[in-house]
Design a protein around this ligand. Structure first.
Ligand code: FAD
Length: 492
């Protein structure tokens, strides 16, 4: 009976759904992520009803089975067909509208909210949860993480999983290298498989200006001891033989970068922090912040007020709206970034490949799918999780130009998240406004790979152990101190 298949596309059984529920994944979105049901070609059309029925039987509330939004393509369509559609004929604002917040009715909080906590972290993305974990490792366990939705609802559950140290400044290289080290040891330390794969990153330069950019970065990276090399198109094609070598003139190759599967990191950090005494509450939004005498005194939630000594704003693209609750203005602007996944292929692609000319990037997941995205310079600012045909067509044109062999590969699913963009593409760290209101936001398209290293530094600062220079470099008042140094190696 437990072996009954509920999701035929992804081989998800009844007992897997039951196990997910027993482990606290009660709402439909979380069960989908934990089991993989509904992520195959039919996108839940044939299994949704059966999973919902089982969750209700297990005790889920109607609010917890709020169905997820189906997105195009309604059935798999190959890159070649999609590349035949002219993106400029498609409206910019077209897209499946998906509300950024849980649709009412909203599931109940995952547990009671305490009256006080030493540190309250708003936002249960990678930054908030890894900070909770780092604080717990330092013996600070009176920590409460408040997440408005399910874990993985924000950008941390919607990204490409690329983790690299190929950056353009010594600071970013240092942070990237440290994060890679921590990513590598994560599974061993937490017992959670995150499918870390060290396949390298291959950046392709289509013209002389991009080659100069790679060479400048290369010099910085070599000084930091990295193995990065500038390689010719011929050598790049020994790494990825399917590339059309006429599309680029040089490439930058670091074999030590990699790709991870993002979702288990959040569950792993949450579980590790909770095992040490941290409290994590999902479906618990912060709706107000009480300030007096220049300090945050408490946060308000629908389930009560929580007094705190320190408040951390780790809300990613929503950080400005949470900062505003305490009268703090952040310059961050959310911007939608779309991404897709293909049907599974035999292993053919080692590294994550990125074309600096048009922002295309893609890698192959452990399940064999191509996972890739591409920024759209015409994308207006604002929170949006909508999916567009325009993106499918732009991406398909770019990938079939660079890798002609992908023309027949079917696109399985697409989705979107939001980059949390700052004026200089660097994060905002440290107190702003009330002295105990700590900002941990503005990670643009690289917050996942920066989170382990940055939260280690932030945890050291919050516990008075050490103060890293990035806390001054990336403080909010840098924008008043003069022109900030812009990070220019943003992908997508
Ligand atoms: C499509 C895409 C691809 C990307 N690719 C990569 C990549 O390859 N590598 C990489 O390193 N980075 C990548 N990124 C960027 C990366 O995902 C983000 O920088 C990172 O996940 C940000 O983490 P976060 O914790 O700051 O924010 P989030 O993960 O967005 O978490 C913020 C959380 O705050 C919650 N929240 C909001 N308001 C409230 C409130 N009032 N009360 C309580 N909770 C609230 C939200 O529900 C959300 O869960 C990508 C991003 C996107 C969108």
């Amino acid at each position: 009976m437990g072996k009954t298949i509920l999701c035929a596309c992804e081989d998800v059984t009844l007992s897997e759904v039951r196990r997910a529920f027993a482990r606290g994944h009660r709402d439909l979105e979380s069960v989908k992520r934990y089991t993989g049901f509904g992520t195959g070609p039919c996108q839940g059309k044939s299994c949704l009803a059966a999973v919902v029925q089982e969750l209700l039987r297990l005790g889920a509330t109607p609010a917890e089975i709020n169905p997820f939004t189906p997105r195009p393509p309604a059935q798999p369509v190959d890159f070649g067909t999609l590349a035949g559609i002219d993106p400029d004929t498609l409206p910019l604002d077209e897209g499946v509208p998906v509300p950024p917040t849980p649709r009412p009715p909203v599931p109940a909080s995952s547990g009671p909210v305490p009256e006080r906590a030493s540190v309250v972290i708003v936002g249960g993305g990678i930054l908030g949860l890894s900070l909770a974990h780092q604080l717990a490792l330092r013996g600070v366990t009176d920590v409460l993480v408040l997440e408005r939705s399910y874990l993985n609802a924000g950008a941390s559950g919607r990204n490409g999983g690329g983790v690299r140290a190929q950056w353009s400044t010594p600071t970013m290289v240092r942070l990237g290298l440290r994060s890679l080290q921590l990513f590598r040891s994560f599974a061993g330390e937490t017992g959670v498989n995150v499918w870390f794969r060290r396949g390298g990153y291959l950046f392709l330069a289509p013209d002389g200006a991009q080659v100069e950019r790679l060479e400048r970065n290369h010099a910085v990276q070599r000084q930091q001891g990295m193995r990065t090399r500038i390689v010719s198109p011929d050598e790049a094609c020994t790494i990825v033989p399917e590339l059309d070598r006429s599309r680029f003139v040089a490439a930058s190759w670091n074999p030590d970068d990699g790709v991870v599967f993002p979702w288990p990191f959040l569950w792993g950090y949450a579980a590790a922090a909770q095992a040490r005494g941290v409290t994590v509450r999902t479906f618990t939004p912060v709706s107000g912040i009480e300030v007096s005498g220049g300090l945050v005194r408490s946060v308000l939630t629908p389930h009560g007020r929580v007094r705190c000594d320190t408040l951390v704003n780790a809300c990613g693209a929503w950080s400005p709206e949470v900062a505003r609750l305490a009268g703090v203005a952040l310059p961050n602007r959310p911007t939608r970034h779309e991404i897709l996944v293909s049907g599974p292929l035999k292993p053919w692609l080692g590294p994550l490949v990125s074309n600096l000319g048009n922002g295309l990037y893609f890698s192959q997941s452990q399940r064999g799918e191509i996972v890739g995205g591409m920024g759209d310079p015409t994308e207006p600012a604002g929170i949006s999780h909508g999916s567009t045909l325009r993106f499918l067509s732009r991406f398909s044109r770019a990938i079939t130009e660079l890798v002609p062999g992908t023309a027949g590969v079917p696109v399985m699913r697409q989705w979107a998240g939001n980059y949390d963009v700052t004026p200089d593409n660097n994060p905002i760290l440290g107190p702003a406004g009330p002295a105990n209101f700590f900002q941990l936001s503005g990670f643009v398209g690289h917050g996942f790979m920066m989170a382990p290293a940055v939260t280690e530094i932030v945890a050291d600062a919050l516990t008075g152990r050490a103060r890293d220079e990035i806390l001054d470099r990336f403080s909010l008042d840098r924008f008043e101190r003069g022109p900030a140094v812009r990070e220019d190696f943003i992908i997508g």
